[in-house]
Design a protein around this ligand. Structure first.
Ligand code: KIV
Length: 287
């Protein structure tokens, strides 16, 4: 039985008001969601990073709404109480307000999300406004926005120059004014994050590699447990090397099967002697 109370927007704002940082992690599957909910995670993001962590693409662009809905449903089954955020995949909201509302609505209706997240600055304020006016809580995402990585010139810190930093601050205000109840800052310098957090009036500022002075922190689950073999971003802290544990276990399995150390009697099932004798009789009678 899960004793946790459901985390709502009110819970999140009340934590921020008490200066209690909000914990947020990505998640893409049922068993991990169950662990995260049990561990007391406030928020879960089913990120389109699943294109890389789960599906093995090089980036997030090939991820579809169908991929997102399937994984988000599994996460909700495992984590009934965490605040669940569905990440709008590439081209599910960019084309029009209508596409944005429809696809945000799918996350809410088909995967029982609590909110959606979409990437982009002031240009996306109109989409945020349309989605929130449809009654769907929306989170903005500024700084390094992986869906625009080609335009940004690679996975790099955003807002190191004063002009770009000012642009991120203006974008954050525009998204807040459009109705975003939270904004994720990814790879934005810490002092810029601090100013955005101080300027936010009715908006939670979340940090991914953007320093401590935000209302909460997000990490990519696969980075925190060494589960993504291709790279480990600098901003990620490894909280346990599950990837190494799994890899060593796999090598042991291959070895033990080849040497017949596995399986042992405790790993298989037996038939009683009398049933086995009866079976042999049945087979003899057939001959
Ligand atoms: O898809 C995702 O996991 C994200 C994070 C990189 C913030 O959007």
């Amino acid at each position: 039985m899960n004793e946790r109370k459901k985390v709502t927007i009110r819970t999140l704002f009340s934590k921020a008001a008490k200066d209690e940082p909000i914990s947020w992690l990505t998640c893409y599957d049922y068993p991990t969601a169950a662990f995260q909910d049990k561990a007391g995670i406030d928020m879960i993001l089913v990120g389109d990073s699943l294109g890389m962590t789960m599906l093995g693409y090089d980036g997030t662009l090939p991820v579809t709404m169908e991929d997102m809905i399937r994984h988000t449903q599994a996460v909700r089954r495992g984590a009934p109480n965490a605040f669940l955020v569905g990440d709008m995949p590439y081209m599910s909201y960019q084309p029009s307000n209508e596409s944005a509302i429809r696809n945000a609505g799918r996350f809410m209706a088909e995967a029982t999300c609590d909110a959606i997240k979409l990437e982009g600055g002031g240009m996306m304020a109109e989409r945020i406004r349309a989605i929130t006016q449809a009654g769907i809580p929306a989170i903005g995402h500024l700084g390094l926005t992986p869906q625009s990585v080609a335009a940004l010139g690679g996975f790099r810190v955003q807002g190191r120059g004063a002009i770009q930093a000012k642009q991120i601050m203006d974008d954050a205000k525009a998204l807040e004014e459009a109705g975003a109840f939270a904004i994720l800052l990814e790879m934005v310098p810490d002092r810029v994050t601090k100013m955005i957090t101080e300027n936010a009036e009715n908006c939670l500022i979340m940090s991914l590699g953007s320093g401590q002075d935000a209302h909460g922190q997000l990490l990519i689950y696969h980075d925190m447990f060494g589960l993504y073999p291709n790279f480990k971003p600098r901003m990620a802290k490894v909280f346990g090397n599950a990837g190494e544990v799994i890899f060593n276990g796999l090598k042991d399995y291959v070895h033990e099967v080849s040497t017949k150390e596995f399986p042992q009697p405790e790993n298989w099932f037996t038939i009683k002697d009398d049933e086995f004798e009866e079976l042999q009789r049945l087979l003899d009678d057939e001959e």
